[in-house]
Ligand binder design. Structure first.
Ligand SMILES: Nc1ncnc2c1ncn2[C@@H]1O[C@H](COP(=O)(O)OP(=O)(O)OP(=O)(O)O)[C@@H](O)[C@H]1O
Ligand SMILES: [Mg+2]
Length: 287
């Protein structure tokens, strides 16, 4: 049984959420036409790391995330979470589980449930806690995320930013080992995005859950991440890791610092080098 009350881990080094991607290759085979999306890609994400994934459009980022989530198989290589084999030789596809929760670009709250009911849903259906206990925990966690007054509202009655914050809370109540986020804030205006960043950083600072966060926004990557993994053009491999040694907790003052600017430049150089290759080989968007 999963321990729902173990969500907060204040202080100390996180002990869980180590993600190993080792020599993973993924070849899609739509109607007999091979499309190699990932080629011998390896990366090691430390427990509790805020890991950002960037790379040219179509390079294979979502393919990697889907393999970790158990949405599709890998062709060769292995993926481990805290040493446990998710997929690899003899097990081409990971099982889906509440230890890896995906946050998509499009919101995914149930519109017919209140925010509290949405957040409580996971533990309730897993039967790890009573309905009353799950709702209490949901309200507590919504309050921590600044949404205490909105637990009884339906998603359609709150702003999209609030709904997206509630969605992260809904993921965290399951006490995942890793959150998998695929460009969750891509379509947002700058101000809403800034509010989302601050809320996500606060939730991360409280929980230290491992983040596997895909983005095209290099400032977002540096502002949020501990490390930025730059992938090559398709089929992707790891090109470069940028260490972001900016102290936490972070706030928006960081954005105007020389250290921040230099890290963005370093990342941009690496991504653009690959994006140009992608463009020359016929991919449409640059990054
Ligand atoms: N189900 C599929 N069948 C065949 N090819 C696919 C499939 N899914 C993805 N691809 C191809 O694999 C490559 C990588 O796709 P993927 O979606 O992983 O890239 P991405 O880096 O997430 O792109 P973006 O930045 O646009 O989100 C692309 O060429 C894509 O067309
Ligand atoms: Mg993608």
């Amino acid at each position: 049984m999963q321990e729902v009350t173990d969500v907060k881990k204040p202080g100390g080094a996180p002990r869980r959420g180590a993600l190993s991607i080792r020599e993973v290759t993924k070849i899609y085979d739509p109607e007999g036409v091979n499309v190699m999306a990932v080629d011998n890609c390896s990366m090691e994400v430390a427990p509790g790391e805020f890991c950002m994934i960037v790379g040219p459009s179509g390079c294979g980022k979502t393919t990697l995330l889907n393999a970790i989530a158990g949405f599709h198989s890998t062709t060769t290589g292995e993926i481990r979470l805290d040493g446990e084999l998710l997929c690899g030789p003899g097990k081409p596809m990971a099982e889906q589980g509440a230890d890896r929760i995906v946050v998509f670009q499009q919101g995914a709250l149930f519109p017919w449930k209140t925010l509290a009911e949405n957040v409580a849903y996971g533990p309730m259906v897993q039967g790890v806690i009573s309905k009353k206990g799950a709702l209490e925990k949901a309200r507590e966690m919504l309050a921590e995320a600044g949404l205490g007054e909105f637990g009884d509202k339906y998603p359609g009655e709150v702003s999209s930013g609030m709904a997206r914050r509630a969605e992260i809370v809904r993921a965290l109540i399951n006490n995942p080992r890793v959150l998998l986020l695929d460009e969750p804030y891509r379509a947002m205006d700058a101000l809403t995005k800034a509010i989302m960043h601050q809320a996500l950083l606060e939730m991360y600072d409280r929980t230290k859950v491992t983040m596997f966060f895909i983005t095209h926004d290099l400032e977002e990557a540096i502002f949020l991440g501990d490390r930025v993994y730059v992938l090559t053009t398709r089929p992707c491999r790891l090109k470069k890791v940028v260490d972001v040694k900016i102290a936490r907790p972070r706030n928006y003052e960081v954005l105007t610092s020389e250290q921040f600017r230099l890290l963005v430049e370093e990342t941009k150089d690496a991504v653009y080098e690959e994006a140009i290759k992608a463009f020359q080989s016929g991919e449409r968007e640059l990054a």
